[in-house]
Write a protein that binds this ligand. Structure first.
Ligand code: ADP
Length: 661
């Protein structure tokens, strides 16, 4: 039975402890004497049995042991156990330093008074357990990794599916774009096909005709079959044309080419075209095709060439005809003349001169006339016609020139320039003057014997009346009529001759134009019983003019109306004042005048030649004289006519004396 004394003595106890598989040590006293350490503990410590009985501080003098001693001291002083699990310790096993894991425990053993009398230190090797744990941890880690891999895999799968989705989308987009492209290509093709200009696309350096619209095929004179063929092969006929080398260089250098008025002879036909070779490049900038745009301008070129030829011919004719030309800018008064013009006036070829310099070489008597004609052209737009002498600057010789001019206006009828021709009419003029002098002289010489003749006829007539000789009376009456006709003719010739030599002078006075017309009608009315002459004048028309000359004009118009109308037709006079002008018109119902002849009627010696007029006598002087007289009165004369219906002659003169020079 247990009696309260120790069951086991110290030695027995120690020998039991020595058997314990765990490392065990016991520390006693304040200085922590190692009272006991079994072999396992000594082994851990790598110390010998001699450390037993030594204070810890002595047994473990190493620096790194201090912490561990402090810990134990703390347990001694506080009486609180210190236990730690899985403490890794680097320990030598054999020669190898290895990591082992221990559960360490420092337990204070206390007496009845609670005082610590020793510390039991145990170290349980848990390396294996730890390794298992590590293995487990590793396995777990592995598992975790696996999970991560799974997650990653899942992510990957998702990514993959996204990718395939993306790919699908991309493919759809590519498809769409391709379709769009092909659509737009189709649109482009369509556009090219329907373009009003000729277009073709040539592919590659061999210029394969990739597309060609109807327009270009028409120009080429080819069918769609040439598509796919090289341009050189398709146009074998013109393979040496420089355009092929142009194409080569467009392809090589990628620069477009613009050709103007290129002449091409295709199928024996000459064609002119404006064309463009436009290089088409790939995204890398290399030319892959050439777009060809052609605009055929053959007609324009031919028309222009014709115009140039015509101009050339005109220039040639002008030069051949020895005609001078002039051009006057109305605004600047700058004058440009041809060499022949300068020659006529006696200027040097390079001499600069003004309009006034030219006028200075014209005798003063003609200045007013020239100015009037010029003003008239400016006012009415009518053709300028003027003949006058000039005194050559070079040799002071007198020459006659005839100027024909036309006024050119802009769209708002503003005079821009005045230009025309100048002919040397000296020879003709001198001939005319000689002829005029001759006519004047002959007329004058004829006038006196005719007057005598008329006197004798009248004398004979008086006798025949007295003798009551009807045969002689009739014959002498006819002779007198013929003498009158002849005198009238001679008078007109004299007038022309006077007019041409500038000897007609106007004797102006105030008179009533309507009265003058009435007088002339009355004078003629009995001589023309076959026609009806009407003049229904209500108002007086006062003018300031030469009544004799204006009377001659009216007589001439009336005699023409009678001459050129059949019997029984009406001749109607009219006279009125309007806008400062007195206007007279004589309307007949005669044969009428062709439009072509209308403008020429007023030329000297002009007669309309046709079957009807060939039996009507005349010299074509009457209207010429009338026109000259009206011109001298600053008036205007013209005619309107319809074949077989009749003609109306008009003239107008200013009523105001101030308007007359
Ligand atoms: P002529 O002495 O020949 O009549 P004019 O100068 O008076 O000369 O007329 C010129 C020409 O104009 C005439 O030859 C005639 O053919 C034509 N003519 C003039 N007046 C008329 C008219 N009233 N009707 C038709 N023709 C006319």
């Amino acid at each position: 039975m247990y009696n309260g004394g120790p069951i086991l003595n110290t030695e027995e106890l120690i020998s039991i402890l020595a058997l314990a598989p765990n490392a065990t040590a016991i520390y006693v006293n304040d200085d922590l004497n190692i009272a006991y350490a079994n072999n396992t503990m000594l082994g851990y410590w790598d110390k010998g049995i001699d450390v037993i009985g030594l204070p810890l501080q002595v047994a473990f003098p190493e620096e790194n042991s201090r912490k561990f001693i402090e810990k134990i001291k703390n347990v001694w002083l506080t009486g609180i156990a210190n236990q730690k699990k899985n403490i890794p310790l680097q320990l030598k096993r054999g020669k190898k330093l290895q990591t082992f894991y221990y559960d360490l425990a420092y337990k204070p053993l206390k007496n009845k008074n609670g005082e610590v009398y020793c510390i039991l230190n145990t170290a349980t090797d848990v390396t294996e357990r730890n390794l298992n744990k590590l293995a487990l941890e590793k396995a777990k880690q592995h598992e975790d990794n696996l999970k991560i891999v799974q997650v990653v895999n899942e992510e990957l799968r998702k990514a993959k599916s996204n990718l395939s989705k993306l790919n699908k989308e991309l493919a759809a987009r590519v498809n769409y774009r391709t379709k769009e492209l092909s659509d737009s290509e189709a649109t482009l093709r369509n556009l090219i096909a329907q373009a009003p200009v000729a277009i073709a696309v040539l592919k590659g350096k061999d210029f394969i005709i990739a597309s060609a619209n109807a327009k270009i095929l028409e120009i080429w004179g080819k069918t769609k079959e040439i598509i796919g063929i090289s341009l050189r092969v398709a146009f074998e006929e013109i393979k040496n044309h420089f355009l092929f080398s142009v194409l080569d260089s467009v392809y090589k250098y990628g620069e477009p080419y613009y050709g103007n008025e290129i002449r091409i002879v295709l199928n024996g036909e000459e064609t002119f075209a404006n064309l463009v070779y436009q290089p088409i490049k790939n995204p890398k900038g290399k030319t892959v095709s050439i777009m060809l745009v052609v605009n055929v301008i053959t007609e324009q070129v031919i028309a222009r060439k014709r115009a140039e030829d015509a101009e050339e011919m005109l220039r040639f004719s002008i030069e051949a005809a020895n005609v001078g030309t002039w051009f006057l800018n109305i605004q600047t008064r700058e004058i440009v003349t041809s060499p022949r013009f300068k020659e006529l006036y006696g200027f040097n070829i390079n001499e600069q001169f003004s309009y006034l310099d030219i006028l200075a070489l014209v005798p003063k008597d003609y200045h007013e006339k020239i100015n009037d004609e010029f003003e008239n052209t400016l006012r009415t737009g009518n053709r300028y016609t003027m003949e006058h002498p000039i005194i050559s600057k070079k040799d002071n010789k007198v020459r006659w020139v005839k100027s024909l001019g036309k006024l050119y206006t802009d769209s708002s009828n503003r005079a821009l320039y005045f230009s025309g021709l100048m002919l040397d009419t000296t020879e003709q003029k001198l001939d005319d003057l000689r002829k005029n002098d001759f006519i004047g002289m002959v007329s004058h010489e004829l006038k006196t014997p005719l007057t005598t003749l008329k006197g004798y006829v009248q004398l004979l007539n008086a006798r025949a009346v007295k003798d009551n000789d009807p045969f002689s009376m009739n014959a002498l009456n006819k002779v007198e009529t013929q003498i009158n006709k002849m005198s009238e003719l001679i008078r007109s010739f004299l007038d022309v001759s006077r007019l041409e030599s500038g000897k007609i002078n106007l004797t102006k006075q105030h008179f009533l134009l309507n009265e003058l017309i009435t007088e002339i009608i009355e004078e003629n009315i009995f001589t023309v019983p076959d026609q009806i002459i009407l003049f229904d004048n209500k108002k007086d028309v006062q003018v300031y003019a030469d009544p004799e000359k204006i009377g001659a004009v009216i007589s001439n118009l009336l005699s023409n109306a009678i001459k050129y109308s059949p019997k029984g037709k009406k001749i109607i006079f009219n006279c009125k004042a309007n806008n400062g002008y007195a206007q007279v018109c004589v309307k007949d119902e005669g044969m009428g005048i062709n439009q072509n002849d209308l403008t020429k009627l007023f030329d000297r010696y002009y007669r309309v030649e046709n079957a009807q007029t060939q039996h009507i006598s005349g010299f074509g002087i009457g209207l010429y004289l009338s026109a000259e007289i009206i011109k001298q009165h600053n008036g205007k004369i013209w005619a309107e006519s319809e074949i077989e219906k009749g003609t109306t002659f008009y003239f107008s003169i200013p009523v105001n004396e101030n308007a007359i020079n």
